[in-house]
Design a protein. Structure first.
Length: 128
């Protein structure tokens, strides 16, 4: 274990590390100097590159939810489906039903559910 694995990076250094990882040439010179001193990046002929240790540190940084794993996208789709199911259930609970056998001639029929699109979010019955 090296000091660079445990050293806390300030926000500008994290940004610089992310930019180097994505191939950007526009990074803060002070942050680049510190990252080089920690052996997280190195200077190559084409510019700055992550070292193996730098790659480990970059992979450990928090990622935006939709940029993380594919699983995160499925999790988000499942969450949205749950919200839609809850809203639909609340809509059904709120619709008036008369005492005459459950038929209310003045009520508006609920809209038919929208069929899932190919490649879109999974249906609730597919989750189990």
């Amino acid at each position: 274990m090296t000091r660079a694995q445990f050293t806390t990076l300030d926000p500008s250094e994290e940004i610089a590390l992310r930019r180097v990882a994505h191939g950007s040439i526009v990074i803060d010179a002070r942050a680049a100097g510190r990252l080089q001193a920690l052996t997280l990046i190195e200077s190559k002929s084409g510019g700055l590159r992550l070292t193996p240790l730098g790659r480990l540190r970059f992979n450990a940084l928090a990622k935006a939810p939709l940029l993380a794993a594919v699983r995160s996208t499925a999790t988000l789709a499942d969450y949205i489906e749950g919200l839609l199911a809850k809203a639909h259930a609340q809509q059904l609970e709120a619709s008036p039903i008369s005492a005459s056998g459950g038929q209310d001639h003045g009520a508006v029929a609920p809209e038919a559910p929208i069929a899932p699109q190919p490649g879109g979010p999974r249906a609730a019955h597919d989750l189990n």
